[in-house]
Ligand binder design. Sequence first.
Ligand SMILES: Cc1ncc(COP(=O)(O)O)c(C=O)c1O
Length: 309
Amino acid sequence: MKYDIANRRIWFKGEIINVNDAKINVLAPTAQFGLNVFEGIPCYWNENTHQLYAFRLDDHYDRLLRSVKLIQMDCPYTKKDLKEAFISVIRENEYEENLSVRQTLFVDGFGSWGSEGPVEMFIAPIPRGKTSAEYNKKGLNCCITSWRRISDETLSPRIKCGANYINSRVGQREALRNGFDTCIFLNEAGKVSEGPGSCLFVIKDGSVVTPKLTDSVLESITRDSIIQIAESKNIPVLERTIDRTELYTCDEAFLCGSAMEITPIISIDKYVIGNGEIGTITEDLHHSYLDVVKGKCDRFKKWVTPIYA
Ligand SMILES: Cc1ncc(COP(=O)(O)O)c(C=O)c1O
């Protein structure tokens, strides 16, 4: 049966229930301290094969379990459990549209910020288009935020946990207050890191350049996909430290992520990027990315998991 968005079914503590019936204890460490780890897993509807494909499911669960290990939560679920629960809740809703699926492991109970459990899970599908405004823009006017990205020495950006998003929030709020769509963070060394919920690429003289994974960025699955797609097209890719002024003089720039896909940046701190429109390499990568996620590209078919039997 199909459910309207306000009554969608979610997987919550082992059951599939109406989203309105899911209750979380206000004293749980997840509610008090953002003690949870999560994934935003994209699914794409392919109208030709009449199939919904989850993108890089195993890679999302590998990252989720790395977050669990680093934050030290007592996770009772195996990768197989995580996957089966994910597929069951999407099937239950009978979705035939693009989704972003939030799969969260959280510390429940009456503990504190030091607790390892009890760990519970919810899985909530979010139809795309219902995500944040900046994710739905055609081109972004960005600023460099005055806040620095969290670092591996304080709160590692490698861990995808709820609490890390307060750093994202302060940068995003500053950008919006000052009339920009979103921001780019510098890391503690003053070098370019990433956006509040996305990774960054610039294009200069035909090469695609992105900060290294040790420059204070999330180990983004979209970032890795774009690197592999670009390499398959013989576009040179460089993972290296990027200076702030290189942003102002690049030919093209874009932010990327499961929610953002590939979204062009048209200005940074009011410096126009390229001719202020989507660049040719960005556009080419975006089209290829959309083919890949919909399972239309044989070379990367291994990355998609069909949801319906
Ligand atoms: C801070 C941050 N960087 C990068 C990304 C992109 O990661 P992915 O491509 O795995 O969605 C996200 C996505 O949530 C993010 O929150």
